[in-house]
Design a binder for this molecule. Structure first.
Ligand code: GLN
Length: 507
């Protein structure tokens, strides 16, 4: 029977992808629909429905993003120690469904409550589904990176659809005739809850096919007798519910977010060091290599995440609406959708390129892929910079160049983000897989956080300037980002022999 399928059977799959990858793909796709659907509505909703000041709304948006990714560390940790990946994912999914139902009932009244459910929920869901993708492959299987590339297209299909439709329903630009005006936001959050339920159902009905992957760890007392499961599990469930009022407070007061961010990173490092007492020297070397990837990825996301902040303001104020002289497009629509669209198109292609290169034994190793990611990132920010050479006297520039920059940044993302997920699963010993995946996403939390600070500093430089001067200030900032990215790429490639040594047989 499928439920008894041994790990070896799963990992010895024929063809390019294991069938379980498709199940996880769909579950993650709908979860990302919900996540990005909600994310796309946050700032707009806070300003227009909760009547918050722009700056406060932006700060609060940044706080939620930082929290959402920071909680992956906690979700990953408890998955390793107590719940296992499957139960964590299930619990996270339930909390996300509850959060979106709460928002659908009354988004104005229960806004922070619903958001906090989602923060904790995605902390349990997001890292652990990625870890299970890694577990479908045996050590050394060259098809793993391609699997993560495919999984990554699923993420972006969900992100694109959710990001587009939810806010359109809320604002009344989609299905405006079938939804009464005063229920539009309830409906928009309601759609999120329906899709999140579909994600959860997809997982529940296919989890048997995962066999032993993601089952709870067997915990024993010092004398070797197994510990009782119930109490620890119930404490995690209860603890995560009790954390919700606390998170509500912290998200609503953004200075607490600063404190939380100062604390959680150093704490996670100390915790990892403590765990490293009981892993072997060779495992520890791999963990240090994983940490190098994690630290570099903070820089990557800090630059990349300008997309949600300064680049959206840039698109609104400085970019024309003509693409290739033939299409009229909203530049903010391009800013929000181009990246996901390019990922959907190019992730499978790049996945196949890795497979073909692996066959010929010329596939670059992960450090080089990361280095190349930074070079693409640098090139794309130089392209954002170069938009200034296409600007008119009103400070308006070319949508073609802007879109080209998004294409290049996506190539960079594809050399880093799916590869990063994959390398976390390759470099972590089995008992620390969840923790390390959580730390990988914690880097995104810091990236978001730093991106907000960078973005805010650019914005405050341009008050009262002419539109052309503003464009010049923004593009000057992008040139700096381009330079930082190139420097990071060169440093990474230069130190790659050291990192590769730490990685040992892992490629
Ligand atoms: N866009 C990807 C996702 O949502 C990666 C996000 C990240 O790591 N910052 O999964």
């Amino acid at each position: 029977m499928e439920s008894n399928q041994a790990l070896a059977d799963i990992q010895n799959f024929k063809g390019k992808y294991p069938k379980q990858l498709w199940y996880l793909f769909f579950s993650e796709m709908w979860e990302r629909f919900s996540f990005y659907g909600m994310r796309g509505m946050l700032t707009f909703f806070m300003i227009n429905q909760l009547f918050m000041d722009d700056k406060v709304a932006n700060l609060q948006y940044g706080a939620t993003q930082a929290f959402v990714y920071a909680f992956t560390f906690i979700g990953g940790l408890f998955a390793d120690k107590i719940l296992g990946f499957q139960r964590s994912l299930f619990w996270g999914g339930i909390l996300m469904v509850l959060g979106s139902v709460i928002l659908a009932i009354d988004p104005e009244k229960f806004f922070f409550l619903g958001i906090s459910f989602n923060i904790v929920g995605s902390g349990f869901f997001k890292p652990n589904i990625s870890t299970m993708v890694g577990a479908l492959y045996r050590d050394g299987d060259e098809r793993r990176d391609a699997g993560f590339s495919l999984f990554y297209s699923g993420i972006n299909i969900g992100a694109l659809l959710g990001g587009y439709f939810c806010i359109a329903i809320g604002k009344g630009t989609f299905m405006e005739n079938s939804i009464p005006a005063d229920l539009r936001w309830n409906m928009a959050f309601g759609v999120v809850s329906v899709l999140m339920t579909i994600s959860l159902i997809t997982f529940v009905f296919t989890r048997k096919s995962l066999g032993p992957i993601g089952l709870p760890p067997v915990r024993t007392h010092a004398d070797g007798t197994p510990k009782k499961k119930g109490i620890a599990e119930i404490s995690v469930f209860a603890g995560s519910l009790l954390a919700i009022p606390l998170i509500m407070k912290m998200v609503a007061n953004t200075e607490y977010t600063d404190w939380f961010m100062y604390f959680i990173g150093p704490f996670s490092l100390l915790y990892l060091l403590w765990e490293m007492r009981s892993t072997t020297i060779n495992e520890n070397k791999k963990l240090i290599a994983a940490l190098c990837f994690i630290l570099f990825s903070v820089v990557f996301w800090a630059i990349f995440e300008q997309a949600g902040g300064s680049l959206s303001i840039f698109a609104a104020n400085h970019v024309h609406d003509q693409l290739l002289g033939a299409f009229t497009l909203d530049p903010n629509g391009v800013n929000n959708a181009a990246n996901s669209l390019f990922v959907i198109i190019f992730a499978p292609i790049i996945g196949l390129i890795w497979l073909a290169m692996a066959k010929k034994k010329i596939e670059p190793n992960t450090v080089v892929k990361f280095g190349v990611a930074f070079l693409f990132l640098g090139l794309s920010f130089y392209t954002f910079f170069a938009t200034r050479f296409f600007a008119d006297i009103q400070g308006m520039t070319s949508l073609d160049m802007f879109t080209l920059a998004y294409f290049i940044v996506t190539l960079g993302e594809l050399c880093l983000s799916p590869i990063g997920l994959s390398i976390m699963t390759k470099l972590s010993p089995k008992k620390l897989q969840g923790l390390m995946m959580g730390m990988w996403f914690l880097a995104s939390a810091y990236g978001q956080y730093v991106a907000g600070l960078f973005g805010a500093s650019i914005v405050s430089d341009v008050q009262n300037a002419s539109n052309l001067d503003k464009l010049n200030t923004y593009t000057e900032g992008y040139k700096q980002f381009g330079l930082y990215a190139i420097i990071a790429g060169v440093v990474l490639i230069a130190i790659s022999p050291i990192i590769r040594k730490l990685m040992q047989e892992v490629k």
